[in-house]
Design a protein around this ligand. Sequence first.
Ligand SMILES: Nc1ncnc2c1ncn2[C@@H]1O[C@H](COP(=O)(O)OP(=O)(O)OP(=O)(O)O)[C@@H](O)[C@H]1O
Length: 300
Amino acid sequence: MELELRNIQHQYGKKRILQNLSLTLTPGVYGLLGPNGTGKTTLMRIIADVLYPTSGQVLLNGQDKNKIGDLYRAQIGYLPQDLGMYSHFTARKFLYFIAALKGLSKEEAGERIQSLAKIVNLSGQLDVKCGKYSGGMKRRLGIVQALLNNPRILILDEPTVGLDPMERVRFRNLISEISGDRIVILSTHIVPDIDHIAKRVFLMGQGSILRQGTIKELLSEVQGEVWQVVVPGRLLAQIEEKGTVVNMLQLDSGLELRVVGKQAPHPDAIQVAPCLEDVYMSYFRSPDTEKTPLKETSFR
Ligand SMILES: Nc1ncnc2c1ncn2[C@@H]1O[C@H](COP(=O)(O)OP(=O)(O)OP(=O)(O)O)[C@@H](O)[C@H]1O
């Protein structure tokens, strides 16, 4: 199976959101990583076929999604950022409702609901009203509704928002478990959400893919360029001129800084192993500058 996005462009009114975006995806988990407002949701909605791009094509196995219509939509499972749930419905009733919208028979729906609820560990809570579900339970219920039609393409838009660290880890494992031979596209601005589980990562900024690669490839980009040093606080400004400070920790002995930069930011700085967050931070420095890519893109 191959999903291809060809020269996707999207505008809301005159505002250009996505520009000439091209990607090819085969089964596996893909992380779409980028700051808020860079067009991740817009892209996900286009793939989920709930939004038409201004121009460009989405092709499944070489066939334009607009030409194959229902056949394309039957392959899609979508967990939007804000999945509306009727709070007075029980989870079971909600799932039957979604299953009906997806065209499943009552028998098929019943079987799918049972087996999926088991996988996400909600079997015992299916008769609880959605309004009483915690954030983590709602996200797991969201996964179940997305999987009801056994889609080959699963689109998860910031699925871990609002989850505590334990639930995040569980959710990440769950995604790995259900990925199988599906294409799973997961958008987030939280780097650890995709660390370890993504086969490929797309760094998205300003409506285009700035960089893509396996985690190993992305890490190699900053190999030898990540430093750690403890300095007096007054040296912070000087260090910031020499590299991107990706983390700082106040210690009794001074400020412990993690810095990404080509040169050692201080004579005492030691090289440390890079992590995906270093790569991310080298592209998007801070909330004020996050939409400005700092690195030149080396390839698309
Ligand atoms: N329906 C709309 N009409 C007009 N502008 C929109 C619409 N939806 C999104 N936008 C704008 O498009 C840009 C990209 O939004 P989008 O939600 O796709 O980004 P995102 O990367 O998913 O951000 P977030 O992580 O905050 O959800 C933003 O500037 C947003 O304000």
